[in-house]
Design a protein around this ligand. Structure first.
Ligand SMILES: C[S@@+](CC[C@H](N)C(=O)[O-])C[C@H]1O[C@@H](n2cnc3c(N)ncnc32)[C@H](O)[C@@H]1O
Length: 240
């Protein structure tokens, strides 16, 4: 009890003396070190049961398509009806890839994006970076629908009338912690065993990884890591 009281007192004094001024300059470095270490521990605790190209000496963005191909071999994703969701469509590269590779008539593809770029700064990318006009995507497949605006504004109205049916592939490619945790927490009640979460920037420990960690630990989500590529930049997780 004495120890607890001393800890509480130290915390109160931290606030009283405004010690954030001393810690704040080292904030980013400290957080990066802690989250990177969390990610390293997570990796050891969650062996990948399927495709994994770790370790690569270089980063190659095209490796995400190798992961998608491997996921098809493991899970038959190109030949079954899917409810494919993409959070972060931008120029539509991954969205078009999935549309082209899953030709099943009953599949539905939904893309969410501001189409006005990132709503916040992300690393070296300023707010507004990655803006792409929705019309310029030139996607006319009747199975595809787009929801323009912040996820924080478009997802809840969409989910009010969404009836889950097909197996879901949920592609989280918004880069940001805020966008990723918001999408995951709203989709939580629709997740079913077998659904797949795909991450495109998982190895950024203070964004997609942190959102996934907080989400799975807070909602007690049970999962299996079924694929990883590009040194865990791209990760696929199957809900149990
Ligand atoms: C890396 S890009 C997506 C790349 C795309 N999947 C591709 O393969 O070309 C990230 C996108 O997420 C979108 N985004 C990030 N946070 C968002 C939010 N809260 N609401 C809507 N869109 C968001 C940005 O507008 C940006 O277009």
């Amino acid at each position: 009890m004495k120890k607890l009281a001393a800890i509480r007192k130290a915390k109160s004094l931290f606030l009283k003396w405004g010690l954030d001024g001393v810690v704040h300059p080292f904030d980013t470095g400290l957080k990066n070190a802690v989250y990177m270490s969390d990610m390293s521990r997570w990796r050891k605790a969650h062996p990948v049961t399927g495709y994994n190209d770790f370790y690569q000496t270089d980063w190659n963005y095209e490796r995400r398509y190798e992961l998608y191909e491997a996921l098809d071999k493991q899970e038959g994703l190109f030949s079954q009806p899917l409810d494919y969701f993409e959070f972060g469509v931008a120029g539509g590269h991954s969205f078009k890839w999935w549309l082209a590779h899953n030709a099943v008539e009953g599949s539905r593809f939904r893309g969410f994006d501001t189409f006005e770029g990132l709503p916040e700064k992300w690393g070296p990318f300023e707010k507004g970076a990655m803006a792409v006009e929705l019309d310029s995507l030139n996607i006319h497949d009747p199975r595809a629908t787009f929801y323009k605006g912040l996820f924080q504004q478009t997802l809840i109205p969409f989910l009010e009338s969404y009836k889950p049916g097909n197996r879901k592939v949920i592609h989280l490619d918004a880069d940001l912690f805020s966008a990723t945790i918001f999408a995951l927490s709203q989709l939580y009640r629709f997740l079913r065993p077998g659904d797949i979460l795909l991450f495109d920037e998982f190895a950024v420990p203070q964004h997609e990884f942190l959102a996934f960690k907080i989400f799975t630990e807070s909602f007690y989500v049970d999962y299996e890591v079924i694929g990883a590529a590009n040194n865990y930049l791209f990760v696929a997780v199957k809900i149990k």
